[in-house]
Design a protein around this ligand. Structure first.
Ligand SMILES: [Zn+2]
Length: 632
């Protein structure tokens, strides 16, 4: 981490790759072909121990060689390659073991000296799946595995990843099936050999394999196939009702109608339904990694919250993989990324993920509205950090700063707000486009113009902030640069898109169905917009709104609520106390809290009752939200 930050700092000064290489003694990537093919064989059969065993042949010539373990991972936008799970590294040439040394300034780089007469080195190591989630993402269980090539390969420094040809095979547990964007070359028992592919595309083509597997056609009869590959903890979770299949098939058509082009020659959703393997949501050009709870299909009515996952990851094939911020598109996996345009990459994908969930029928219109109300409330009252010190643009640094570690005061610190904050900004852009054009133009036109060219091509097509502005101007001339910068760099509310869509954000004492599902999912109570506190199951405080009523009374996220108004804590007891204090203005809410080993009584002086966000129509204004959310 330190080495990478140093390298980042040096790159940011504009000195470029040469200086990075000079500093850490790692050859900079060059746009030249690797002479030979990188051969990778992975044994993924040790399910009991959860170990992937790797054997590689790396073309080399006599002299110094630097091998890299991928550090900067696309989609993560961060230097978080799981090198702490890589073990047992052994390098040999012509049958002799070579001594390796780790670069002191770049712990992802290993140096070896290749002896005279050798034309390759052999590399062996293991990738150890976390045994529980405290160690990281669990990627191997008795029923399934998630193989990411960045975790099970090292590659030679000095080349663009696109100039390294790779040939890979995986030995799977007997009887397992797999899904991947990789194309089959041959099968030899349980070992699958894939067709040769560029190393950067290999890393972009993970595998989900499992004992219980189902492959579903999401675009029957299409020239460019789209499949949903499902692995599950138990075969019963693979049951899909016809109406559930239909809304997933609709998703593909709704995306095509908006974008008018796609950027793959085939596409595979990889989808795990598991309580054991860690969930994921990670985009690729021709596939995506998706993970949900086992009951995604079987308890459909309870699953509203996660149903925008597939639309989100699918959208990234256009926004993020094909079109990518120029500062994010790096030549290999060990050059620092810059994340300044993630408010387009993730922000607009968050926007389309939600919209497409509605257009396809994965969400009903009222579900989509409830979800939007929760996002809008976040940027109305739930992010005091936005008013007080940070802006959406600065949060694009968070994949590098926080790397998704839990935070003590997320609402104040902010983290990755370019997702939902970006969504709000794009909703407002849609409203502005409609207003300025008399409803003739909308964000659909931007989507098509910015992401919908070069049908079938999937080489990265980079863009800058100026390119975004230019495309907006071709759709509807306006001062788009200051308009966007004000929202990205400012501290004002970014909820204007709600009113522009003909709706307003209101709060009342009844949670929406979506808010109820959100509470049910974590088993707690979310009183963010009333008391300014949310609790996990059993009274453990999960968040305290900075400067909110609970914060002012002395509550902090480290505490546990033991009793409320003299009664043992429960979610309902908390809510009853809030309601009671609204009826009697002299009645404070008295909490017995535990802080480390001390008990303390705190009083919250709050009398406005329960508050949950909703959207309400503005009479007389056209319902542009309904138009945005309806199927094309
Ligand atoms: Zn995303």
């Amino acid at each position: 981490m330190k080495a990478s930050r140093l390298a980042s700092a040096i790159l940011a000064t504009g000195l470029g790759l040469g200086s990075f290489a000079a500093l850490a003694d790692v050859p900079a990537p060059q746009d030249v072909p690797l002479n030979g093919t990188l051969k990778i064989d992975v044994d993924a059969t040790d399910l009991a121990r959860r170990v992937f065993r790797v054997h590689e042949v790396v073309p080399a010539q006599a002299g110094p060689l630097t091998l890299l373990y991928p550090q900067w991972l696309p989609g993560n936008h961060a230097p978080n390659g799981p090198i702490d799970k890589m073990a047992g590294l052994k390098v040999t040439a012509n049958g002799k073991t070579l001594k390796w040394t780790r670069d002191p300034l770049n712990v992802y780089a290993f140096h070896v000296d290749v002896p005279e007469g050798a034309s390759s080195v052999e590399v062996e190591f293991q990738y150890l799946s976390p045994q529980d989630t405290r160690q990281g993402r669990v990627v191997m269980t008795q029923e399934m595995l998630n193989l990411q090539w960045n975790a099970v390969t090292i590659y030679p420094a000095g080349y663009f990843a696109s100039r390294i040809q790779a040939e890979a095979s995986v030995k799977f547990p007997a009887g397992w099936q797999y899904g991947s964007a990789l194309e089959l070359a041959s099968r030899d028992g349980n070992t699958v050999h894939f067709k040769p592919i560029k190393y950067d595309d290999l890393v972009d083509s993970p595998i989900y394999a499992g004992k219980y597997f189902k492959r579903v056609d999401l675009d029957p009869g299409a020239k460019t196939p789209v499949f949903l590959n499902i692995v599950a903890d138990d075969p019963k979770y693979l049951e899909i009702k016809p109406e559930q299949l239909k809304v997933h098939q609709n998703l593909v058509q709704q995306m095509y109608k908006m974008y008018g082009a796609h950027h793959y020659d085939h596409y595979d959703f990889l989808f795990s339904l598991s309580d054991k393997m860690s969930g994921n949501g990670l985009e690729h050009h021709r596939s995506s990694e998706n993970g949900m709870s086992p009951s995604y299909f079987t308890e459909w009515d309870k699953g509203v919250l996660g149903r925008d996952l597939l639309p989100h990851e699918f959208n990234h094939s256009w926004d993020g993989k094909y079109r990518r911020g120029a500062d994010l598109a790096t030549p290999n996996f060990n050059v620092p990324m810059q994340d300044s345009l993630l408010w387009v990459y993730e922000g607009q994908t968050q926007f389309w993920g939600n919209v497409m969930a509605a257009r396809s029928g994965l969400w009903k219109e009222d579900e989509a509205r409830d979800m939007l109300a929760m996002v809008a409330a976040n940027y109305d009252k739930g992010r005091p950090g936005l008013q007080q010190w940070r802006n959406i643009q600065d949060t694009t640094n968070d994949p590098i700063i926080a790397q998704r570690r839990p935070l003590p005061y997320r609402n104040y610190q902010m983290s990755e707000d370019y997702y939902s904050g970006g969504q709000m900004i794009w909703l407002e852009v849609d409203g502005k486009l409609r207003e300025l054009s008399g409803n003739k133009r909308s964000i659909d036109d931007f989507g098509k113009a910015f992401f919908g060219m070069e049908n079938g091509k999937w080489e990265v097509n980079t863009y800058t902030f100026e390119d975004v502005v230019k495309t907006l101007n071709t759709i509807q001339p306006y001062d788009w640069a200051p308009y966007l910068r004000e929202r990205l760099d400012g501290h004002g509310p970014i909820t204007g898109g709600i009113e522009a869509s003909g709706w307003k954000l209101v709060y009342n004492d009844k949670p929406s169905a979506a808010a109820k599902s959100a509470e049910a999912r974590f088993g707690g109570a979310n009183l963010t917009y009333s008391l300014g506190v949310s609790m996990a199951k059993g009274g453990d405080i999960s968040d305290v709104l900075w400067d909110g009523p609970a914060f002012k009374a002395g509550l902090s996220p480290g505490m546990k609520i033991i009793a409320v108004n003299g009664k043992e804590f429960s979610n309902d007891a908390m809510k009853d106390a809030v309601t009671a204090s609204a009826k009697d203005k002299n009645q404070p809410i008295e909490l017995l809290v535990k802080n480390f080993d001390q008990y303390q009584t705190l009083r919250i002086d709050y009398h406005d009752g329960l508050k949950y966000p909703h959207l309400e129509r503005i009479t007389g204004k056209p319902d542009r939200l309904a138009d945005l959310l309806k199927a094309r």
